[in-house]
Design a protein. Sequence first.
Length: 374
Amino acid sequence: MAKKIRVGVIYGGRSGEHEVSLASAAAVFKNLDPARYDAIPIRIEKDGTWTLPSRPPVLQAAADAIAAAKAQPRELAPQAYPVAHPGGDALITIDAQSVVSGRAVDVMFPVLHGPYGEDGTVQGLLELANIPYVGAGVLASAVGMDKAAMKLVFAARGLPQVDYEVLLKKDWQRDQRALLTHVATRLGFPLFVKPANLGSSVGISKAKHATELKAAIDLAAEFDRKIIVEAAVPNAREIECAVLGNDEPEASVPGEIISAREFYDYEAKYLDGGSTERIPAPITEAQAAEVRTLSVAAFKAIDGAGMARVDFLLAGDSGILYLNEVNTIPGFTTISMYAKLWAASGVPYSTVLDRLIELAIERHAEKQQLRTSM
């Protein structure tokens, strides 16, 4: 019998998407083939402490955690993102240095959404420890999290995106009136305002006039030092596509999100329960081909690896497609869009897991062939 692959699944994390990560990880544990894998749960608590639970998260418990978070959605406040790492040596408190050094696992599977997990921080730790891991590397993770940097990369590759402005919090605090005038004059209304470094639509607002724009920038500035202001796409439709692979990635069929609210914000994703999806998206064959082509192009532009979900805005009047963002660790339950898109493409969830682990080991093996000295 072949030796089982020991997979360390890292989940939880120090972000407002902690509960979503629990649900994603529960799905991974449930669907990893026990004949092929030994799954090791590695949980990061909200305060940054690393633990080795005796049991992995289960779907019902994860659902309960999300339900509890729904009752107090305002907990997604800035204090959920502490700057200092509490204790300084939280990695050692897991009492299993072998997990970090790689002696206890063959490959790591980060299922962490948002800051301190999806942004390259955990990936950097695993690179230092020389452990294979699923998903994007340090650069792609960081660029995928920072929307301002992502837009610069997309522009360099000539990928279509909406017009935008990047504001710094300190400049906003220094002269709000000047920035409001500049943004409104250059981009017009309506506008979308986002923190540059958050996921799950946290801190995003739509502004239809100057008063709403000021409030939207104030809100985004609570979550990040960089704020993105984007021109709205007329009658926008939200199109998503899943990507799987390393240097030769493949794209799934596109899907469409029908938001229960005016736009697909955090409440629409996790609180309302009224949003739906259409898979495949009801678009033309030419548009679907363009979505797949641009998805792979965006994935390669940030030097992606393993997986990503690429999001688009399709103008309802002109049919023009705009690239919105790349999510390097998208929602990962069996009912998340990433899994549904691949299922509709003929690739079941368990096969996606197998392929991601294969890709992680393959990419790591390639790195081991590189010279590290003269």
